[in-house]
Structure formats: C-alpha cells, structure tokens
Design a protein around this ligand. Structure first.
Ligand SMILES: Nc1ncnc2c1ncn2[C@@H]1O[C@H](COP(=O)(O)OP(=O)(O)OP(=O)(O)O)[C@@H](O)[C@H]1O
Ligand SMILES: [Mg+2]
Length: 137
C-alpha cells in the first residue's frame, strides 16, 4: 500500500478497532517512515487512554483500552538486544496485553513472538509511505 498521512492514520485506526487482546504487532522501517504515527492511530482505534509513563522506562508507553493494557515499546535506542531484557515483555505477555513494538528486530530474542509485522518505507512521493505486512515466522 502507498498511503498518504491521512490514509495511514485511517488504516491504523481501523486496525486498532479490529484488534483483540492478546496481540503483538511489530513495526519496522527507517527513521521517519511513520511507525509512531501508525502506533498512535492504532491506539486511537483501540480507544486507548494514556497512562503515566515511568521515567525509568522511557522506551515503554502504557495505555489502557477499557480493561485491556496496551504497550507501545520503541526499541530504536537499544544498543544491543540484551538491553531489552528489562523492558518487561514477559509481564506484558502474561497480562494478555496488546503490545506494539517499533524496531522489534533490535530486541532480538527478547521480543515476544509477533502476530503481525508491518514494514514501512519511503515512497518516491514524499507525502506517501509504503506499508507492507510481512509474514511472521
Ligand atoms: N504518508 C505518510 N504517512 C506517515 N507519516 C508521514 C506521511 N507523510 C509524511 N509523514 C511525516 O513523516 C513523519 C513520520 O514520523 P514518525 O515519528 O511517525 O516516524 P517513525 O517511523 O516513528 O520514526 P522514528 O524511527 O524516528 O521513530 C511525520 O513527521 C509525518 O508527518
Ligand atoms: Mg517512532
């Protein structure tokens, strides 16, 4: 798909509205391709409300969609996969949360198994982004 910013938002909102917990979604792609924009749209679709973010874990943003916990984890700043050990993925999975992970590949084996994986990239049109869903193993 080649999506404008509005289309990408709508895509994320529709995806969020259809998501049921537990679910793990990975978002990969170069800087500025729209991963965070897509996460925020998914959260809107879920009707998620932001919870306080612990300063210790600035990489983890916590939301609630009704009774369902929703986590947005950005692994970009991890220097090595081992640093993901303390992000609390095990607890999130145990809670049956919806987990949205930017740069899941940077967490290596510490990232939970993805149910869906989206790859974002630049289009020749600077106002569009290419969004592909890739197969998960
Ligand atoms: N079609 C589009 N879809 C999404 N974002 C777009 C589009 N066109 C332009 N943009 C712009 O691209 C930027 C995407 O930023 P965003 O933070 O979502 O990317 P990111 O992939 O999360 O980057 P990072 O890797 O730095 O976290 C925003 O400034 C947005 O306005
Ligand atoms: Mg981002």
């Amino acid at each position: 798909m080649r999506l404008s910013a509005n289309e990408l938002s709508r895509f994320g909102e529709e995806l969020g509205a259809q998501l049921t917990a537990p679910a793990v979604i990975g978002l990969s792609g170069e800087l500025g391709t729209g991963k965070t924009t897509l996460v925020q749209a998914i959260c809107r679709g879920l009707g998620a409300r932001a919870r306080a973010t612990s300063p210790t874990y600035a990489l983890v943003h916590h939301y609630d969609a009704g009774a369902t916990p929703v986590y947005h984890v950005d692994c970009y700043r991890l220097r090595q996969p081992d640093e993901a050990r303390d992000l609390g993925f095990d607890d999130m999975v145990r809670e049956g949360a919806i987990i949205l992970i930017e740069w899941p590949e940077r967490a290596g084996a510490w990232a939970p198994a993805l149910d869906r994986h989206f790859q974002l990239s630049y289009d020749t049109d600077p106002a569009r982004r290419v969004v592909d869903e890739t197969a998960v193993v």
